[in-house]
Write a protein that binds this ligand. Structure first.
Ligand code: GDP
Ligand code: IMO
Ligand code: MG
Length: 431
């Protein structure tokens, strides 16, 4: 049997429940690959009632024997990575023997964090609401060809020289442009080099390992972080992250050919959430929004910020499906809608008096979209924890099926609770 490789990506503004589904699907794979983003991601996994938050480490780590790869498209903070490893160790999982980090990953330095925060402060009310983890500045340095990368840690003297050079530029920006404090280049180099002994043993030629795994017939899962509406090209620019979070990024961000990717599964929350700034057409600032936030426990797993909540948005999902070549969808957090008398679905937008049925690009265009809703009766029954599609209340099934019809994609999986086992399977992505 040849290997079958599946990409999972977020179809909204992140936090769709990708981590839960990746973890659940790891039963079918030899490896899980992260290909973009960094520790701006926060993925909560619950297994047998035990909760674990992963940020940089792929969501395959809690399944023994699954190899976890951090591809070249990911920006790596040595501090965050070692901290996460230690947290996992404290909870009884040793990630080190199963983690493979690409030497081509750009490093996030303390000065990237300082720049991220100084920029946000400068923007004032127009701030993006970043996670403040240095993600944007690290990607800027990557494309500007001045980044230091994981492999550079192999030559400490060369690393120090490159960091000193880079810090001259960072400090110029920090002090002269942002009026912030300079950082000591030697202290930064010392700090980062201090993680070398922990990180270098995990550094491998990831593309070669992935090719070998595929040659052995192993299945791989490519785990997207964030969501397509935060994609730097396709999202609500400039209120986006700094990487491509769409499925197409998996090949370049891991080092495999596009032909090695066989199926794209989009993860969709049964409603919509967003953390940080930027337009959100179906946002609810009323009691229902508050209820979704409370019942869905919608607080950022990285920054703890409350997530903004709203109704499901079909024109946005259609765009996500179009941009990502989706083969099937997984609807998560259906249980959070339990007990609502009526549920609303955004089926299109009014833009300057005209009807539009696909999310436009960029924040300004999205801000002009007035949602047009369709209402459906809700359900009073509990769906929490159900594992059988036929056991779902009729109205819940109608809601799911209506989403599928509106967006033109099949629903393959339904998630009814945070735990690994609280999942309904209709069609297996690895089948
Ligand atoms: P990710 O970033 O896409 O991996 O999503 P997060 O982990 O940041 O946010 C999803 C949150 O919803 C987490 O706290 C999960 O434990 C939880 N969750 C996932 N699926 C379900 C579900 O079907 N029902 C409920 N109630 N919670 C879920
Ligand atoms: P997961 O993988 C939700 C948001 C931030 C901010 C914008 C830019 O858990 O779905 P950044 O720090 O990336 O420069 O911030 O992107 N953001 C996320 N929102 N889930 C995430 O990841 C996010 N990662 C970044 O809130 O609005
Ligand atoms: Mg998250």
């Amino acid at each position: 049997m040849g290997s079958r490789n599946v990409i999972i990506f977020g179809s909204q503004w992140g936090d769709e429940g990708k981590g839960k589904i990746v973890d659940w699907l790891t039963e079918s794979v030899g490896g899980v690959v992260r290909f973009q983003g960094g520790h701006n991601a926060g993925h909560t996994l619950v297994i047998g009632g035990r909760k674990q938050v992963l940020r940089l480490i792929p969501s395959g780590m809690l399944r023994p024997d699954v190899i976890c790869y951090i591809g070249n498209g990911v920006v790596v903070s040595p501090e965050a990575l070692t901290k996460e490893i230690d947290e996992l160790k404290a909870s009884g999982v040793d990630p080190e023997p199963r983690l493979r980090v690409s030497g081509s990953c750009p490093l996030i330095l303390p000065s990237h964090v300082a720049l991220d925060q100084a920029r946000e402060a400068r923007r004032g009310n127009a701030k993006i609401g970043t996670t403040g983890r240095g993600i944007g500045p690290a990607y800027e340095d990557k494309v500007a060809r001045r980044a230091v990368r994981v492999n550079d840690l192999r030559d400490p003297a060369g690393f120090r020289a490159r960091v000193t050079d880079l810090m001259e530029y960072h400090n110029f920006l920090l002090t002269k442009y942002y009026g912030a404090e300079a950082l000591d280049p030697n202290a930064v180099a010392d700090e980062v080099l201090g993680y070398s002994d922990r990180i270098l043993p995990m550094v491998h030629d990831v593309p070669a390992l992935l090719a070998a795994a595929m040659a052995r017939g192993e299945n791989l899962l490519f785990e997207g972080a964030q969501g397509v509406l935060l994609d730097v090209d396709h999202g609500t620019y400039p209120f986006v992250t700094s990487s491509n979070c769409s499925a197409g990024a998996a090949a370049a961000g891991a080092g495999v050919g596009p032909g090695a990717l066989h199926f794209v599964l989009g993860i969709v929350k049964a409603y919509t959430t967003r953390v940080g700034g930027g337009p959100f057409p179906t946002e609810l600032s009323d009691a229902i929004g508050a209820r979704l936030a409370e019942k869905g426990n919608e607080f950022g797993s990285v920054t703890g910020r409350p997530r903004r909540c709203g109704w499901i948005d079909a024109p946005a999902l259609k765009r996500a499906i179009q941009l990502n070549g989706v083969g099937g969808l997984c609807i998560t957090k259906l249980d959070v809608l339990d007990g609502l008398e009526r549920v609303k679905l955004c089926v299109g937008y009014e833009v300057d008096g005209e009807r539009v049925d696909l999310l436009p690009f960029g924040a300004e265009a999205v801000a002009r979209c007035e949602p047009v809703y369709e209402e459906m009766p809700g359900w009073s029954e509990n769906t929490f924890g159900l594992t059988d599609y036929d056991a779902l209340p009729t109205n819940a099934r109608r809601y799911i099926e209506r989403i599928s019809t509106l967006v033109g994609a099949p629903i393959d999986i339904v998630s009814t609770g945070p735990d690994r086992d609280q999942t309904i399977l209709l069609r297996h992505p690895f089948a």
